[in-house]
Design a protein around this ligand. Structure first.
Ligand code: ATP
Length: 487
């Protein structure tokens, strides 16, 4: 139709030119009209193919194809079981789960997890990225959100499935705190539309689950993470050595490797690598082997590929073996004191970086607590200073790695003083001279530091055993922790 109109228009213009009419103004009008038509076509009518990256994710993928994310997979599966047993859930009057948030650095497998979730729940899968919703023109983002949900429902019906999973990568772009953008109205409208769509999910025939992925959960608008929206958060961290070995196995499945025992060695040499880095490493090594006409990939190909990935990605993993050892002692210190002061509290321990932290002690889940006694706060201070104390026991000196710990310890000490639990008794912190409060906090921390030093020195064996284990394996679960403690 349009083609006929354009053809006829050109014909008329040529005719007018031939009979001597000045066609310049007409040409100008036609050009402006054409540009306007193109603009409305591309902006207001959403080309959803673009948003959903349809076709890219047609192959089903299972959780077995994802390595090094066992805890994340377990937590995600627990959430997905809500979707699978939807009838039971609704019979019990439980509110269906609408959103799961995957939080972690780039390339750790968040997209893979979402795709595997779709296979696990036999759902239609549709993916979009937060940045695809952001346009200069008002209303376009909101329209795209509506379209995304509508398309997910249609896709589920087309594929004869009763549920659909919508995956939104870079959620912080679309769901950042309202009012924080310069062109805030458009951003806010888009986010509001997402909230409206998520609230509407329950009235649906097709069950919909939104899986969001972000590296910065702290940037998200509070409304998005409140119960009833993205109320489950799953941490997807960098893999530890065992995890990296598993990811390597997955990506070397279709490649010929000289010696399978190499995998362990490569895993050890790739501290700080994400799953995507490891995939790229396996690929690079295969390319290097091919260039040399080698029948199999050998260790020197892997070594060269590791350097290539590190340099190419400017990978932020310049942690030296000495630093790693210090981190392992530091984290072991936290764990030993945590277990001593509160038996059963250590859940896992790792020296794989997470966010700004170089290592991490995961505590066992505890009941919510709103009131703390002085003794409980003191124990917490001991756990926080234990990292630095452990470093001191091993090296005779502390390091800057304890900065956050000390800030936390100070806040806790201040809580003791402000709540009238210190030897100062009940005080009004505003009327008490700053110097007095400061001296009291200092005294509390000083005493607890001494106490921690005594406890840790008595457990030096365990401290060094844990640290040595962490250095080779990078993480420890509760079971291994108890074995080491008993040995
Ligand atoms: P981004 O936040 O940058 O979107 P992401 O966390 O979604 O990253 P994916 O897109 O899932 O990361 O991963 C990219 C590629 O890296 C995958 O296609 C896969 O080849 C590889 N990969 C990443 N993590 C893993 C993993 N845990 N197991 C196996 N392969 C992985």
């Amino acid at each position: 139709m349009i083609e006929i109109a354009v053809g006829a228009g050109i014909g008329v213009l040529i005719f007018l030119a031939v009979v001597g009419v000045n066609i310049t103004p007409l040409l100008f009008i036609a050009l402006v009209g054409g540009a306007f038509y193109y603009f409305t076509k591309t902006q207001s009518k959403v080309n959803f193919q673009e948003i959903s990256s349809q076709g890219k994710y047609n192959n089903p993928l299972s959780f077995d194809n994802i390595g090094g994310q066992d805890t994340a997979i377990k937590e995600l599966q627990e959430a997905l079981d809500f979707m699978i047993h939807a009838d039971e859930i609704s019979r019990m009057g439980i509110r269906p789960l609408k959103g799961v948030l995957l939080v972690g650095p780039p390339g750790t497998g968040k997209t893979l997890l979402a795709r595997a979730a779709a296979s696990y729940t036999r759902s239609a899968f549709i993916a979009a990225s937060g940045s695809e919703f952001i346009e200069m023109y008002a209303g376009v983002g909101a329209k795209r959100v509506r379209k995304l949900f509508a398309e997910a429902r249609k896709k589920a019906i087309r594929e004869k499935k009763s549920s659909a999973i919508i995956f939104i990568d870079e959620l912080e772009v679309l769901g950042g705190k309202r009012g924080s953008h310069s062109s805030h109205l458009e951003y806010d409208q888009t986010l509001n539309q997402l909230l409206v769509e998520m609230d509407g999910i329950t009235q649906d025939e097709t069950r919909i689950l939104v899986i969001g992925a972000t590296n910065r959960a702290d940037l998200l608008d509070q409304a998005l993470i409140r119960p009833g929206r993205f109320d489950r958060q799953v941490q997807v961290g960098l893999p530890d050595k065992k995890g990296r070995a598993r990811i390597l196995e997955i990506h070397l499945k279709n490649k010929k490797v000289r010696d399978e025992a190499l995998i362990d060695e490569i895993a050890r040499a790739t501290f700080g690598f994400s799953g995507a880095h490891i995939e790229s490493l396996a690929n690079e090594a295969a390319i290097l082997a091919m260039r040399e006409n080698a029948a199999e990939i050998e260790m020197h190909h892997f070594n060269e590929a590791i350097d290539k990935v590190i340099m190419g990605e400017k990978l932020d993993r310049q942690i030296s073996p000495q630093e790693m050892e210090r981190v392992s002692i530091h984290e072991s210190g936290h764990a030993v004191i945590s277990e001593l002061t509160e038996p059963g509290s250590v859940s896992s321990l790792t020296i794989v970086p997470r966010g700004k932290a170089l290592g991490f002690l995961r505590k066992s889940p505890q009941d919510d607590q709103h009131l703390y006694t002085c003794e409980q706060l003191e124990k917490q201070i001991m756990v926080t200073v234990a990292g630095a104390v452990a470093e001191e026991i091993k090296y005779g000196s502390k390091s800057t790695g304890a900065r956050n710990d000390f800030e936390q310890a100070w806040t806790l000490a201040r809580e003791i003083v402000d709540c009238g639990l210190s030897s100062l008794g009940i005080i009004n912190s505003q009327d008490t001279p700053q110097q007095v409060v400061y001296e009291q906090c200092k005294e509390i921390i000083h005493q607890l530091e001494d106490q921690t030093r005594k406890l840790l020195s008595a457990e030096e064996d365990l401290l060094f055993k844990l640290s040595a284990f962490l250095l080779t394996e990078e993480s420890i679960d509760r079971e291994t922790f108890l074995q080491l403690k008993a040995s």
